[in-house]
Design a binder for this molecule. Structure first.
Ligand code: SF4
Ligand code: SF4
Length: 265
């Protein structure tokens, strides 16, 4: 009975518990490359069904595609630190604080807001997940009022980076969908799941779209990250898929390093 009315104001304060610093961490392309030697990078593709609220923004920042019986989806295409939900971010101290606070990724600065959704669609992001120790009490400051973010700076900065990188990621996504038919099949599979889902693609697929990148340098810095995560996840049955991906990426990086030996002298 009755209808729920969304509060006009939402309160939120981060208590720096570090509980949200586990699992996948979407990054702007700039942050992904800035932190090459820190995060195990992949590209995460997330279909978003037409008619849902996040569709428009996902289409603007990624691409659109017909999946299954001509159903239209937007696809969020996000460079991502591929960290299992049970493992902490490699930058997280044991006491829950961030060891790279001054240079942490834009995604971490904007939390809990999420610019892959419209500003007017952020209320849901302010409900902490189970186990998170965010303060949403009357003592916490108002951060969202009448569907507008009170302090815009970090949100605008991250959104600006996502809009800029769409010029690279949109054509990349269209090209990969065209070139790799199994990618579309995998997207169809996850698009049918009620709980949603995503498809993980190796970051190497994106390298040809980054002409200014020194690929050999990238590979040399990324290789130890992938091998470290492969070691962390070895022999853990529930992390077997992560382990397989780290190994595969490390092998690809090793080939890139071999193909581009360091200049001598
Ligand atoms: S970079 Fe810092 S704030 Fe961001 S997930 Fe890692 S530990 Fe947390
Ligand atoms: S879970 Fe909430 S309180 Fe804990 S670090 Fe993340 S945003 Fe802050």
């Amino acid at each position: 009975m009755g209808s729920s009315v969304e509060p006009m104001e939402r309160r939120f304060r981060c208590t720096e518990c570090g509980k949200c610093c586990f699992g996948l961490l979407p990054l702007t392309l700039d942050d992904a490359l800035k932190h090459t030697g820190r995060f195990p990078l992949v590209v995460v593709w997330t279909p978003v069904r037409q008619g849902t609220r996040p569709f428009g923004q996902a289409a603007r920042l990624g691409t659109t595609v017909s999946l299954g019986k001509r159903k239209k989806f937007a696809v969020r295409v996000a460079p991502t630190a591929y960290i299992p939900p049970s493992l902490p971010c490699p930058a997280l101290y044991a006491d829950g604080l961030c060891s790279i606070h001054a240079e942490k990724p834009s995604r971490c600065r904007t939390m809990p807001f999420f610019p892959y959704r419209e500003e007017s669609d952020q209320a849901q992001m302010l409900t902490p997940r189970s186990g998170w120790e965010c303060d949403t009490s009357a003592l916490a400051p108002v951060v969202y009022r009448d569907k507008e973010i009170v302090h815009h700076g970090d949100f605008d900065f991250e959104l600006g980076a996502l809009v800029d990188q769409a010029a690279i990621l949109g054509p990349y996504a269209d090209w990969l969908l065209e070139s790799v038919p199994t990618l579309r099949e995998e997207l169809v599979k996850v698009s049918k799941k009620k709980s949603g889902g995503h498809v993980v693609v190796n970051f190497s697929t994106l390298l040809p779209r980054l002409p200014a990148l020194d690929v050999a340098d990238f590979a040399r810095r990324k290789f130890p990250v992938m091998t470290a995560f492969a070691a962390k996840t070895a022999g853990v049955p529930e992390l077997a898929e992560y382990h397989r991906r780290y190994r595969e990426c490390a092998d690809e990086l090793a080939h890139l390093i071999e193909a581009r030996p360091r200049a001598v002298g």
